[in-house]
Ligand binder design. Sequence first.
Ligand SMILES: Cc1cc2nc3c(=O)[nH]c(=O)nc-3n(C[C@H](O)[C@H](O)[C@H](O)COP(=O)(O)OP(=O)(O)OC[C@H]3O[C@@H](n4cnc5c(N)ncnc54)[C@H](O)[C@@H]3O)c2cc1C
Length: 443
Amino acid sequence: MATVGKQRAFVLGGGVAGIVAALSLADRGFQVELIEGRSRLGGRAFTLPDRDTVTGCDNGPHVMLGAYAAMRRLLRRLGTEADFVRPRALRLAYADVDGAMASLSLARGPAPLMFGPALLALRGIGLVDRLRALGGLVAVLLPCPVSWTVEDWIQSRRQRGRPRDFLWDPMCRAIMNAEPDRVGARCFLHTLRRAFLGSGDAAAIWLPVRPWSEILGEPAARALAASGVRVRCGEAVKGLELERGALTALQLADARIELDARDVVISALPWHALDRLLPDRVPEADRLGASPIVSVYFEADREPGLPLEPLISLVRGTPFHFLARRPGEGGRRYAVLSGGGADLVGLPAAGMIEAARAQLLRHFPRADREALLEARARLTKEAAATFVHAPSSDGSRPEPGAVPGVGRLFVCGDWTSTGLPSTLEGAAESAERAVRAVQTHPR
Ligand SMILES: Cc1cc2nc3c(=O)[nH]c(=O)nc-3n(C[C@H](O)[C@H](O)[C@H](O)COP(=O)(O)OP(=O)(O)OC[C@H]3O[C@@H](n4cnc5c(N)ncnc54)[C@H](O)[C@@H]3O)c2cc1C
């Protein structure tokens, strides 16, 4: 039914991309409805309901980089940008399999100038390997063939051994959420350049000091209400009706929304959800693979003597790659996580928790064994945490903006083509771009 007055916009999906899209459409004078299938906003960054075992767990530890410009704009709007420990430069700690600790600490200043001295000061890796790693850092600036995986890049840039253990494997798992042989080198290198070619604070890792639902979903609900956006949580989109190549109606479980010629629909759904609603209409949505993230949260009755670094890369760690803790919570609560999780496939939950304990004992042989073994544990597994950015995904992910051949439909989300992998920043940036496309699109 035609509406008089404001132009209507419907945003499908209430993750980072949907929240950014809805807020900026409302700022531009649209009458906005945001339709989210679950009972809460925040999408893939949220806090699990409390259970007796371990409380205050997110669905997996989420960190940010200082370079996340679009995400920081959203957090400023929500009033939660200060809910992070925000170092002025990159610092990443390492624990090797024998318990040796090291850290890569950039001094304040332009990151490219600070990387060299920081790398040369990295203990746990011999001088020749440090020089090789330095060569690898320079090679990040060079172009590489579209067909290369990160593994191809590591091999051809002579980064095997310690350089890969300390730099490239952890960064590939953290950024691309998959092993180097599965993901494209171009996207990886592009992301490294964005993070590490600017100021030191852009390269810094931000760790949240509060649960993600308090940083994102809950304040977003308040900000959307204040902007006049109607939020319909718990109302999954069940179907999209098309007529002569244009969307004509949205089917919800208990409602049908008819669209008129002026209406705009922005999909901020994950690739697999949009593909179910519009099979074969959005290139690549049906072809992107999914990669899991498995996290085990622990809560010990007494301090187990693990280093108090907020983020530790577990060198040659398998199946878990990082130890994370929320700053300010002390030493009794910590989480280990596996990006990509290939080695965990087929293990039952109890097996994954035991694998996590065993790995902590290997990497931290001086920790209090009894406290680690007795700590309460809670497993979280996100099967489709991110898409897999294979080399063939470059250039074929849809641009954030109008979907060719489907009138009134615009698309955004972390999986659309921003040059970034599946990240909070990719999601926020894609939504800003989709809204700009709505404004410039011929009606
Ligand atoms: C455990 C984990 C750890 C991560 N760690 C990091 C990290 O450290 N740093 C980082 O940058 N990124 C990280 N990510 C990735 C990051 O969370 C995502 O890239 C980002 O949140 C994606 O946002 P989005 O808005 O594009 O999609 P989503 O957050 O998936 O939002 C899409 C929304 O659509 C809804 N939806 C789906 N189908 C329907 C339907 N039919 N009708 C209505 N609504 C529907 C979903 O419920 C969801 O709320 C992590 C992801 C996970 C899972």
